[in-house]
Design a protein around this ligand. Structure first.
Ligand code: FER
Length: 255
């Protein structure tokens, strides 16, 4: 059993060391535009060290600001550092809708926008990761890169992370959406995935209409003997679940 976050985990605490959040821009050769991402560097951040990086993805209604608008990841993580419960890491919140107008506006289910969430694979791997690793003291190896996200971003994390295990050893999906590929397509070579993954995390709220997607992946992983963390928690398709997931997932990252 995984115990959910203790009360106050997402509440601002006085007198603790804080990380820094900034918005950056990078040239995307994939999209042909300048794109934005939000970057959190941990308390005590110093270019004398090299940090692992978590790429943390938003949902269908969001953009690069969504986690910070609704999920207070910087507060959750600052509290975890203060309690000495996580490894220092850089957290990058990109915009997962890789198209020229990447704002969450109009018909969010427009097929062009849904395809842009697929196009993000190239934007992330060819454009954003190299940018982060040249501009920040970030590790350049797969064992120090993680990809996780909520809903649409959870599906992206599975689709992109599991297809690019040479780039990611840590993959997490919170309430994965219907963009998630079929389990056999996600993990065509279970033995290889099992040997390469440091952590594969799947979680979903028990009141979430999309839970069958996560259950199907979980069942397949069990059948194929791929180690993973399965966490069905109380809640719906909503922020209390995703904040709790970040709190729990981040503590297991890069350990
Ligand atoms: C869908 C239902 C929900 C879908 C995506 C979502 C691509 C995403 C939800 C979210 O990101 O919160 O049918 O199709």
């Amino acid at each position: 059993m995984i115990a959910s976050a203790s009360a106050g985990f997402d509440q601002y605490r006085d007198n603790i060391a804080r990380g820094v959040v900034e918005t950056i821009e990078y040239d995307s050769t994939t999209v042909g535009s300048v794109r934005k991402a939000m970057v959190y560097t941990p308390p005590g951040f110093s270019s004398e060290h090299t940090y692992p990086v978590l790429y943390l993805l938003h949902g269908i209604g969001g953009d690069e600001t969504e986690w910070h608008t609704h999920g207070s990841p910087h507060i959750i993580l600052d509290n975890l550092y203060s309690d000495n419960l996580i490894q220092p890491m850089i957290v990058v919140c990109p915009n997962g809708r890789a198209m020229p107008n990447d704002r969450a506006e109009g018909d969010l289910f427009d097929p062009v926008k849904i395809r842009a969430f697929e196009q993000f694979e190239s934007d992330l791997i060819r454009d954003l990761i190299p940018h982060i690793e040249s501009r920040y003291p970030a590790a350049h190896t797969r064992d120090k890169r993680a990809i996780a996200g909520l809903s649409m971003g959870g599906g992206q994390s599975l689709n992109i992370g599991l297809r690019n295990l040479e780039h990611f050893a840590w993959v997490g999906a919170f309430s994965a959406a219907p963009n998630t590929k079929a389990p056999e397509a996600l993990i065509p070579d279970p033995a290889e995935a099992a040997s390469l993954l440091s952590m594969l995390w799947l979680s979903c709220g028990d009141q979430d209409n999309l839970i069958q997607i996560s259950r199907d992946v979980h069942d397949y992983l069990n059948q194929q003997g791929v180690p993973h963390i399965w966490y069905e928690e109380s809640g719906g398709h909503d922020w209390p679940v995703w904040k709790n997931d970040l709190y729990l997932f981040s503590q297991r990252l890069f350990q």
